[in-house]
Design a protein around this ligand. Structure first.
Ligand code: ZN
Length: 260
């Protein structure tokens, strides 16, 4: 053995690179094709590979978002009536509410007025847009919610669990569609539960869409002097944008064959 005095050289000689370098060899530095930052390149199996941490992190984030979107779209399929799963045909939607189809589904929207114009159909289309943006969707009709509130302490396990799940999903989902507010018999427990739901979602600024067949005055009459104005106030708040724009579409009968 020669007695070299260069410690650095000795170190390299002692380290057995041979197996490793056959597979991957350094190939200098250069700009990353993705983000342009200066990175290390390697040769592996005849391919030149760049090792860029920011781009890898970005790719991981992109895949995460993509996965999230898939989960939310699957959830949308689960909560959407079969006939509403098909692509929407704008010409079959009442002209008075058709502009709502141009909204992006990231802010609350309300639909009122006559049935048969496609209010619920459009509301589900907006719920889908929310899901496409990674917001977990859920839908419930006001009477379903009312019934769940009444049955949340039911002695039958299955009914109790189903009711609890409806109440929880309605409260926690990131995008909620409440269909047909004001329809069905008004009950103290049901109306109060609906008020609590709207109130909580409003206070937490949670995305909410709703439909109702009547006007504000009709709703007030149906829900009584206590709950009526309070519920209506929250319905309006939920569909008022941060710029103060009230997004309520009133469906006018115009002879279109709707899907409701
Ligand atoms: Zn990069």
């Amino acid at each position: 053995m020669t007695t070299t005095t260069n410690p650095t050289q000795t170190q390299i000689m002692d380290f057995d690179f041979s197996r490793f370098t056959k597979l991957i060899q350094p190939d200098g530095r250069g700009p990353c094709p993705g983000c342009g930052s200066e990175i290390d390149f390697f040769l592996s199996g005849g391919r030149r590979i760049g090792e860029c941490t920011p781009c890898r992190t970005e790719e991981t984030a992109r895949l995460k978002i993509e996965k999230r979107r898939e989960v939310c779209l699957a959830a949308w399929h689960d909560v959407t009536p079969m006939t509403f799963l098909r692509e929407i045909e704008p010409m079959r939607i009442s002209a008075s509410i058709r502009p709502a189809l141009n909204l992006d589904g990231t802010s609350g929207v309300g639909f009122s007025g006559s049935s048969g114009g496609g209010k619920t159909r459009v509301a589900y289309a907006l719920l889908r847009k929310a899901a496409e943006q990674g917001l977990k969707p859920y839908s419930v009709s006001a009477s379903e919610y009312r019934l769940a509130a009444a049955n949340r302490h039911h002695s039958d396990n299955a009914i109790r669990n189903e009711s609890t799940s409806i109440l929880r999903n309605s409260r926690n989902c990131q995008a909620l569609l409440i269909d047909d507010i004001g329809k069905g018999a008004s009950t103290a427990v049901g109306d109060e539960a609906l008020y609590d739901l709207l109130n909580e979602r409003r206070d937490n600024e949670m995305l909410t869409f709703w439909t109702t067949n009547g006007s504000g005055e009709w709703l007030k009459r149906r829900l009584g002097p206590d709950m009526g104005p309070a519920i209506l106030r929250r319905m309006v708040d939920l569909v008022t944008t941060s710029e103060g724009k009230r997004q309520v579409f009133v469906c006018e009968p115009d002879g279109k064959e709707g899907h409701e």
